[in-house]
Design a protein around this ligand. Structure first.
Ligand SMILES: Cc1ncc(COP(=O)(O)O)c(C=O)c1O
Length: 337
C-alpha cells in the first residue's frame, strides 16, 4: 500500500530501532534518564529556549501551556482551523478551562490586524485574552516569519503569552530555510512533535523558560504523563533530530509531484499544496474517490470535506512515481459510485 493518510503512520526505521535498543535509561520522573535529558538539551539548542520537557504527545504539548497561562475567565486567540479547536476533543475548554476565540484566518494563518482587534482586556463582565496561539505549519502551510513577528509584537504590547504549536516546525523550517530558532523566538513557549514527519513512535517536546517548564513538569505528572524509562523513546527522538530533518525535503518533493499530477486532472481542485500536505475538493463524492484509489493500493483520508494527501517517510520515490501514474490513468467514471 502507498500510505498518504498521515505522517503519524511512519514506522521507526532500522537505525532508529537500533538506537532505541541501545538507549541508556533511568527513572525519568526522578530525572535519572540520561537519554531523555540529552534529548531535552538538544531541543533547547534547536529552539533557543531555556528549558525543554518531553511530553507524551502533541495534544499534551498544547494542553499544558493552555493550563498554565489560560484558565477560568481567560481566552486563547487562535485560527478557526487550529488543531486545539478542531482535533483535541475540546481539551482547551474541558481541561484547561480556557475559552478558545477562534477567528477567521487565511487557511489557518492569522492576520495580525485580526488578532489585535480580537484582544479583550480586563472588563468586569468579559473573559480576558491571555494567550495567542499560532500553528506552524498549519494544514501544511508555512507562516511567513514577518507575520509571526508582528503577532509577537502585538502580544508584547498587550502583555499576552504566545504559544506556538510547532507540531511540524521542521517541515516549515526545511521549506522556508528559516531556522527553527527564529520561529521559536516569535513565541513564549513552543512544542514540536517527534512522532510525525520525523518518524518516531511517540513524544513531543515542550520548550520555554525554566520557570514555565518547572510548572509544566508538575502538570505533565497531573495529566498522567510522568513516565519512567523513557530513554527508549527519547533515543528515537535524538536519532530523528540527527538524521531525519534534512530528508523532509524529499517528502516535500513527493508532495509537489503528486500535486502537479492532481492539478492536471479535470476532477481535482487543489485548495492547499505545501510542505508535505495536499488538500483538494472534487465534484465527485470524496469517499468514492478514496475508495477507487484504495482499490489501486493508494490510501488517503478525507478531512474537513476535502481529500487530504500527506507525504512522509512512508512514501518512497517509487511510491510517488506509481501514484502519479495512477492519478493520470484513473477513469473518473469510477468515482460515480
Ligand atoms: C498541528 C498539530 N498539533 C498537534 C497535534 C497533536 O499531536 P498528537 O497526535 O501527538 O497528540 C497534531 C496531530 O496531528 C497536529 O497536526
Amino acid at each position: 500500500m502507498k500510505d498518504f493518510r498521515s505522517d503519524t503512520f511512519t514506522q521507526p526505521t532500522e537505525g532508529m530501532r537500533k538506537a532505541m535498543y541501545l538507549a541508556e535509561t533511568g527513572d525519568d520522573v526522578y530525572r535519572e534518564d540520561a537519554t531523555a535529558e540529552k534529548l531535552q538539551r538538544i531541543a533547547e539548542e534547536l529552539t533557543g529556549k531555556e528549558e525543554s520537557l518531553i511530553v507524551s504527545s502533541g495534544c499534551m504539548g498544547n494542553l499544558i501551556p493552555l493550563m498554565i497561562k489560560g484558565g477560568r475567565g481567560m481566552e486563547v486567540l487562535c485560527a478557526e482551523e487550529a488543531h486545539i479547536v478542531r482535533h483535541e476533543i475540546g481539551a482547551v475548554s474541558s481541561l484547561a478551562g480556557t475559552l478558545p476565540v477562534a477567528i477567521p484566518s487565511d487557511n489557518g494563518i492569522l492576520r495580525p490586524e485580526d488578532v489585535e482587534s480580537n484582544i479583550h482586556g480586563y472588563a468586569y463582565d468579559m473573559s480576558e485574552t491571555a494567550i495567542i496561539e499560532t500553528e506552524n505549519t498549519t494544514s501544511g502551510l508555512v507562516y511567513p516569519l514577518s507575520t509571526l513577528r508582528s503577532i509577537k509584537d502585538i502580544a508584547e504590547k498587550h502583555n499576552l503569552w504566545v504559544h506556538l504549536d510547532g507540531a511540524r516546525i521542521f517541515n516549515a523550517s526545511v521549506e522556508s530555510g528559516v531556522p527553527v530558532k527564529d520561529y521559536a523566538a516569535t513565541s513564549d513557549d513552543m512544542t514540536f512533535c517527534l512522532s510525525k514527519g520525523l518518524g518516531c513512535p511517540a513524544f513531543s517536546v515542550l520548550s520555554s523558560t525554566k520557570e514555565f517548564i518547572k510548572e509544566a513538569r508538575r502538570l505533565r505528572k497531573l495529566l498522567g504523563g510522568g513516565m519512567r524509562q523513557i530513554g527508549i523513546f527519547a533515543a528515537a527522538g535524538i536519532y530523528a533530530l540527527e538524521n531525519n530533518i534534512a530528508r523532509l525535503k524529499e517528502d516535500h518533493e513527493h508532495r509537489a509531484a503528486i500535486s502537479e499530477a492532481l492539478a492536471s486532472t479535470g476532477w481535482a481542485d487543489i485548495k492547499i499544496s505545501s510542505t508535505n500536505m495536499i488538500f483538494f475538493t472534487s465534484r465527485y463524492p470524496m469517499q468514492n474517490i478514496i475508495k477507487a484509489f484504495r482499490q489501486r493500493g493508494v490510501l488517503f483520508l478525507e478531512d474537513a470535506g476535502m481529500g487530504r494527501i500527506v507525504t512522509s517517510l512512508n512514501v518512497t520515490d517509487q511510491d510517488t512515481e506509481d501514484t502519479v501514474r495512477i492519478i493520470k490513468e484513473i477513469d473518473e467514471k469510477e468515482f460515480l459510485s
